[in-house]
Write a protein that binds this ligand. Structure first.
Ligand code: CO
Length: 216
């Protein structure tokens, strides 16, 4: 089965790139893969969008082994999503990451879709939380252009996911036990490649519950 993929130049390119990548890393850091193969000790959990323009490790120039990554459409943290909940629990309780980062981005298609009525039905279901944020913001959005509204909604979406993380049992249990754990909200600008810190850092239950983080 394997060799058939090599007949396809689009796929073959990936294997050629991989060989170059391995060669380059082995030249720069001999023993890199051997040392990583023993265990991973990432300090960061990154929850980002699946968008191909927002690669997690690359945009913060971090090596393999440093960031535990979860990506989905519009970087949502839904309290009934078994996938993201498992990722967070494993990252916090087993890997003991020190930071959880929600990384949103301007120009997010998932956020944009919440303005539209004609989405594939599963997408529509997935982005329902964002549609709710949009409904809630209608009054304050009245005088803004569509682009301004979309940008603002991307920011609100990150803030809301940070808030959601603060209510996840694995996170609260870690704080109760005195484990060092901070939750951050970032936003990435696909127009210039720059990353911005968007929210106050939350590193304890009292801060998580305080009014600062209540809805504006
Ligand atoms: Co996106």
């Amino acid at each position: 089965m394997c060799q058939h993929s090599h007949d396809n130049p689009d796929i073959q390119q990936l294997f050629e790139n991989n060989e170059q990548w391995v060669k380059q890393i082995n030249e720069e850091t001999p023993g890199f893969f051997q040392s990583l193969s023993h265990l991973q000790t990432p300090e960061y959990l990154w929850i980002g969008c699946s968008d191909s323009r927002v690669p997690a490790n690359e945009l913060v120039k971090m090596d393999p082994g440093t960031i535990f990554v979860h990506r989905n459409i519009a970087n949502l943290v839904n309290s009934s999503d078994m996938n993201v909940l498992s990722v967070i629990q494993y990252a916090v309780e087993v890997l003991k990451v020190k930071h959880i980062i929600v990384n949103g981005h301007y120009g997010c298609g998932g956020v944009e879709a919440s303005f539209n009525e004609s989405n594939p039905d599963l997408i529509d279901h997935w982005i329902r939380p964002i549609r709710k944020y949009l409904q809630r913001s209608k009054e304050s959005f009245k005088h803004l252009s569509h682009e301004e509204q979309a940008n603002k909604l991307c920011e609100i979406n990150v803030e809301e996911q940070v808030r959601n993380i603060c209510h996840i049992p694995a996170v609260r249990n870690a704080w109760r036990k005195g484990q060092a754990l901070s939750v951050h909200g970032f936003i990435y600008d696909i127009h210039d490649g720059k990353l911005h810190n968007l929210t106050e850092t939350v590193d304890n239950i009292a801060d998580a519950d305080q009014t600062l983080f209540d809805r504006k």
